[in-house]
Design a protein around this ligand. Structure first.
Ligand SMILES: [Ca+2]
Length: 355
């Protein structure tokens, strides 16, 4: 399999303005995934063409239900699809139940929703349809495992040419992983560990990959100040939901010894404000077997992946607040000039839309 050199397609994104993209989003239902979905719907320049839910860091049904309710809350009619493919290494159940809590949040239940709607076909099949039907190549944003995309590439090789870029939250390059399981050496990150072979399959495809490993995503923990900042906009559904999703992450440090970070929402912000991070092209490989399975390693001659390497956490927090609150907060630009926000929460109190 030839691998497209990703460097020419990337260019310098440090000072780049967001460009229009068609996006298919594949997430795995944790609070940060659903915050990412909310964020994605705030980007005017993003044409969101479908949302798939992978049953990794979530229970599928409540995560799918919460996904639909969020799309409904913001008035977006976007197709959804349920992932049915299993991972090799399941997430802890104690983490996966967060989707039940999100699905029950009052802000998402201001009216009755039809929760019986069937999602056919399964996400890996639907993904192929979304990619083939798009009028131009599509960005695949994945904040969960790459299982659906890998199967889609196996079953429909033609979709490779329909993918503009894969933007993936995963890996732990030069830092310790976050997997703490019997028989594992702790070097892997969970999205890769869940299905290491899927990452290998996507690495083998001729598509540009931009990856957000723990090296940077662990540097944007959810802080009390960030979560509480949304309280100042209480009464606006988008802000309420964002603050509630962040609040649901509290207690993670106390129960797992690991802070809850904006792993997925930082990855998502790349589509709107790529200058929040700096990047380096890394040649790497993924270990698919043994006690290090799921580890992404640097390897000379390996797959070229553009990896986020540093993050401006203050700028990221400002990005979240600008996009997810109704206030007229200016967005600092890389050149220091103040720009008008590209998009803010525009859903008023009690579900009122507009302004
Ligand atoms: Ca996730």
């Amino acid at each position: 399999m030839t691998r497209r050199d990703p460097t020419p397609a990337y260019g310098d994104v440090t000072g780049a303005a967001p460009r229009r993209r068609r996006v298919v989003f594949d997430h795995d239902g944790a609070p940060d995934d659903l915050l990412s979905l909310l964020l994605l719907t705030r980007y005017d320049h993003v044409d969101l063409r479908g949302v798939a839910v992978t049953p990794a860091d979530c229970l599928l049904e409540p995560a799918l239900s919460a996904t639909r309710k969020i799309l409904d809350l913001v008035g977006r009619d976007v197709p959804t699809a349920a992932g049915v493919l299993p991972g090799r290494n399941p997430f802890p159940l104690a983490w996966r139940i967060d989707a039940l809590r999100v699905d029950a949040l009052p802000v998402l239940n201001q009216k009755d929703h039809d929760t019986t709607r069937a999602d056919r076909p399964a996400a890996h099949e639907q993904l192929a349809t979304w990619l083939m039907r798009a009028p131009a190549p599509v960005t695949v944003l994945a904040t969960g495992p790459l299982t659906n995309l890998a199967r889609c590439l196996d079953d429909h090789p033609r979709i490779e040419s329909r993918i503009e870029e894969v933007v993936f939250m995963g890996g732990a390059l030069d830092v310790t992983g976050n997997v703490n399981q019997p028989g594992h050496d702790g070097t892997a990150e969970w999205n890769v560990f869940w299905d290491p072979g899927a990452v290998r399959r996507v690495f083998d495809a001729a598509v540009p990959i931009t990856m957000f490993p723990l090296d940077v995503t662990d540097r944007v923990p959810v802080t009390p100040d960030l979560a509480r900042a949304f309280g100042r906009h209480y009464g606006h559904p988008v802000s309420d939901l964002a603050g509630s999703l962040l609040a649901l992450t509290f207690g993670t440090l106390e129960t797992t010894s690991l802070p809850y970070c904006c792993w997925d929402s930082l990855t998502t912000s790349y589509l709107a404000e790529p200058g929040i991070c700096t990047f380096e092209t890394v040649h790497c490989d993924v270990i698919t077997r043994g006690e290090s399975q799921g580890r992404v390693v640097r390897r000379s001659g390996g797959r070229a992946v553009r990896c986020a390497r540093t993050v401006d956490s203050g700028r990221f927090h400002r990005h979240l607040l600008t996009m997810l609150t109704p206030g007229p907060t200016p967005v600092p630009t890389p050149g220091g000039r103040q720009a008008s926000p590209a998009r803010r929460a525009d859903v008023g109190p009690a579900g009122e839309r507009g302004g």
